[in-house]
Write a protein that binds this ligand. Structure first.
Ligand code: PLP
Length: 503
């Protein structure tokens, strides 16, 4: 392996490594973070600095960094059978992972189709829905309904299902026949009322009727929508989606690429919201990031019907790496460890103190409109001034997301995600093993970031909201670690996550 020194690695990254979803100014920054090691909830850069991983990598390192047992499983699997397929023959690692996943999934979601990422999982679900309907004599059912501002991936089909205009604009024309309906932000089912009366749900029915119910293949939704800020569904929402799909013969797809494998405190968000979708896409947490993997869970009857249909006889879709022995062995080891170490119980136990900490952050900062989320999955939404109701200007939003929050995060050693999809947000999604001490560190970091945001906004208010640069801001408002917060009121014994392999 080429060994790079500290200056080399940045120069070579600039020269040879092309970044994903990263602005040129960030990639070319002399201080581009170079992460070299992870341990538990922390990362270390090439200069020896320790960072708190507030986003579990990209919502995926559920079991934390630096375990030794999972790599040992991968190493053993590579030595025994590094490669075989899920085409025409099976192999034990894929069978074991599929069995474990199917046993944890709700209802009769029993068949697992493995791929390599969340986008591929969504792409596969689109194709399954279309081919399933075709195999049942309904080839005209090709249309998809999904929600505004939802993110379902980058491949062209998944991108068409995605509801974020700025991610789609550079790549059109995209797959036709996708309609986007409102998400559930701000919706509450009144006492004694029904989710069927929510405007977002009524709109779904209207769109189905407008398109012609016999042309709609599937509805895609995340149990908790990430983009637009951890949108927890109103009571009864998923039951209503289920009943609409049943009424019109449409397949219900839960995109659980983030919510799968413990993020909400249950194995799947569908379990948490008590629904059995027809298809369930997963990726990220299935391996905790120790290997790339994704997949689609399919209800037993649907899978059998496709294989039995004289018209199809098979799912005409697959990939060289789908169900790779190393990835599936890693998934089995990861899921078994999560189960044996009580990680989901830990998330459920820590949810109230985590939320109490977020309450404190909102109370202490007029620039925070509210927090949303559940389990270990949260968003803080920013505003210019919660008390007066002044919204952020566009320029304030841009500067908060691109400069103020990132700078403050760097100063306190926190890695997480300022997000500008539909609002100005800070996402919090730590590894599921984060204990009270880690959550305290996370909340103290967020406190400091919000102090910086508040100071910046006070400055823009003083300047009368006139356009200005940020040049003077940093010098005026050095970020210090947030005021020492009260410690989380909880039993600090985590799950037995410090067990096997965790050091
Ligand atoms: N679906 C959802 C809900 C996601 O959050 C993501 C990624 O964040 C994807 C699909 C795409 O997954 P990937 O980045 O693995 O392709």
């Amino acid at each position: 392996m080429v060994t790079l020194d500290v200056t080399d690695v940045r120069a070579r990254a600039r020269q040879h490594l092309f970044p994903h979803f990263t602005r040129g100014t960030v990639w070319r920054d002399e201080d581009l973070p170079v992460i070299v090691r992870g341990q538990g909830c922390h990362l270390y850069d090439d200069r020896g600095r320790r960072w708190l991983d507030g986003l579990a990598g990209l919502f995926c390192v559920n079991l934390g960094h630096g375990r030794q047992d999972i790599p040992a499983t991968a190493f053993k699997q590579m030595g025994q059978l590094a490669y075989w397929t899920n085409w025409g023959a099976a192999h034990p690692a894929a069978v074991e992972a599929a069995t474990l996943i199917a046993e944890l999934a709700p209802g009769d979601l029993e068949k697992v189709f493995f791929v390599n990422s969340g986008s591929e999982a969504v792409e596969s679900a689109i194709k399954f829905a279309r081919q399933y309907h075709r195999s049942q004599g309904q080839p005209q059912r090709t249309k998809i309904i999904s929600r505004e501002m939802s993110y379902h991936g980058t491949t062209l089909g998944a991108l068409a299902v995605t509801g974020i205009p700025k991610f789609k604009a550079p790549f059109g024309p995209l797959m036709p026949g996708v309609r986007h309906v409102p998400h559930t932000l701000g919706e509450v089912v009144p006492e004694g009322g029904s989710a069927a009366d929510l405007p977002s749900v009524r709109r779904i029915v209207e769109v189905i009727e407008e398109e012609g119910p016999e042309t709609v293949a599937a509805i895609f939704a995340e149990p908790v929508q990430n983009s637009r800020g951890a949108l927890v569904p109103p009571r009864g929402y998923w039951q209503e989606l289920r009943s609409i799909c049943d009424r019109y013969g449409i397949l219900l797809v839960a995109d659980e690429v983030i919510t799968g494998f413990g993020r909400t405190g249950q194995w799947f968000g569908s379990t948490r919201y008590e629904v059995v979708p027809d298809l369930l896409t997963f990726a990220k947490g299935s391996t905790s990031g120790y290997a790339p993997m994704g997949g689609v869970l399919v209800r037993a009857a649907l899978g059998e019907a496709l294989l039995d249909s004289p018209q199809a006889g098979m799912f005409t879709h697959g990939a060289t790496w789908g169900g790779h022995p190393v990835s599936t062995a890693v998934a089995a080891a990861n899921i078994s460890a999560m189960r044996d170490e009580g990680v989901l119980d830990h998330v459920r136990r820590m949810e109230p103190p985590f939320q109490a900490g977020l309450d404190e952050i909102v109370a202490g900062h007029d620039c925070v409109k509210e927090w949303r989320g559940t389990g270990y999955f949260y968003a803080l939404e920013l505003t210019a001034d919660r008390r007066t109701g002044r919204p952020l200007t566009e320029q304030e939003g841009v500067e908060l997301v691109r400069e103020v929050m990132p700078r403050a995060m760097r100063e306190v050693g926190l890695i997480t995600r300022p997000d500008d999809r539909g609002a100005v947000l800070l996402m919090l999604c730590p590894p599921l093993i984060a204990d009270a001490a880690v959550l305290d560190e996370l909340l103290a970091g967020v406190d400091a970031v919000m102090d910086a945001a508040g100071a910046y906004l006070a400055g823009t208010a003083r300047r009368g909201l006139t356009p200005h640069g940020l040049a003077g801001f940093a010098a005026d408002h050095p970020v210090t670690r947030g005021p020492s917060r009260r410690r989380l009121q909880t039993d600090t014994t985590g799950p037995q996550m410090a067990g096997k392999g965790a050091r």
